[in-house]
Design a protein. Structure first.
Length: 170
């Protein structure tokens, strides 16, 4: 429901949509959020709200609430696009970890104790729009997969990351 204080903003926004010939509803809603000065938290899901998580859509159960088991393993989200992007990143990480193990290049917990040992990871260059590898010794990102070899890391970019990002592994 639209609050009274936002009604004037909404009316002005709808007028500007017509003037700017905005035809895409998703684009219009994003613009409205910007105009309203709010960035809605898609993870602000009440127990009786319908939301997305994991692979599919999950509504409320027969009792009218989220199952506690679901909440323990998944984070409900109202925005399907956010969930799909999160899943895509998770799937890519799983492919990279599998590749590291298959090539005997996975960094073990014991290897992190040796700060002289290089650990390689994949990152995306914002300037050149390509994938490169980085190297660390003692600091790790919890969301990255690390390799023991720069050669295997380069192969992972060529064989896993680029095809995945181009859509062949989705």
């Amino acid at each position: 429901m639209i609050k009274n204080e936002n009604l004037d903003k909404l009316i002005e926004f709808v007028k500007s949509m017509k003037e700017d010939e905005i035809k895409d509803l998703e684009e219009a809603l994003d613009e409205l959020k910007k105009a309203n000065g709010k960035n809605e938290n898609p993870f602000d899901v009440g127990m009786q709200d319908e939301a997305y998580y994991g692979v599919g859509f999950r509504g409320i159960n027969e009792a009218g609430y989220w199952d506690s088991e679901d909440i323990a393993y998944f984070v409900p989200c109202k925005d399907k696009r956010v969930v799909e992007e999160r899943q895509k990143r998770g799937y890519l990480n799983a492919l990279l970890e599998k590749f590291a193990y298959e090539n005997d290049a996975n960094v073990t917990e014991d290897m992190w104790k040796d700060v002289r040992l290089n650990k390689f990871f994949i990152k995306k260059s914002a300037i050149e729009d390509n994938y490169i590898f980085g190297v660390v010794n003692s600091i790790r990102d919890l969301a990255s997969i690390y390799f023991t070899s720069d050669e295997i890391c380069r192969r992972a970019i060529t064989e896993i990351v680029i095809p995945f990002m181009e859509g062949s592994n989705e």
